[in-house]
Design a protein around this ligand. Structure first.
Ligand SMILES: [Zn+2]
Length: 99
């Protein structure tokens, strides 16, 4: 229990941990309240004009199929040419969709 190195260390750790945790608790309380307000305001004023549009463009853009790939006309997944099960009216269907 009472060893030479253990006793003084524990006392120091206890003291510092206690004070640190007290600081953390107080800080997070204040910070979270402030951050919430800031984020709400930021969402209203900043995100609508610019950021959303660029993000949606990226999402909507479909990656062009590579030379050895095709886009299934049924599930719209880009698949390897070896997965073509049927071609009809210039549309390609993958094995998964053709069963
Ligand atoms: Zn498919």
């Amino acid at each position: 229990m009472a060893t030479d190195y253990d006793a003084p260390r524990k006392t120091e750790e206890d003291i510092s941990e206690d004070s640190l945790e007290e600081l953390k608790v107080h800080r997070t309380d204040k910070q979270s309240a402030v951050v919430d307000e800031d984020e709400a305001e930021a969402a209203d004023s900043f995100e609508l004009p610019g950021a959303d549009l660029s993000g949606e463009e990226l999402l909507v853009q479909v990656l062009p199929a590579q030379a050895d790939e095709f886009t299934c006309a049924s599930c719209f997944l880009v698949r390897h040419r070896s997965q073509v099960a049927r071609e009809k009216d210039g549309l390609l269907y993958c094995r998964d969709c053709e069963g």
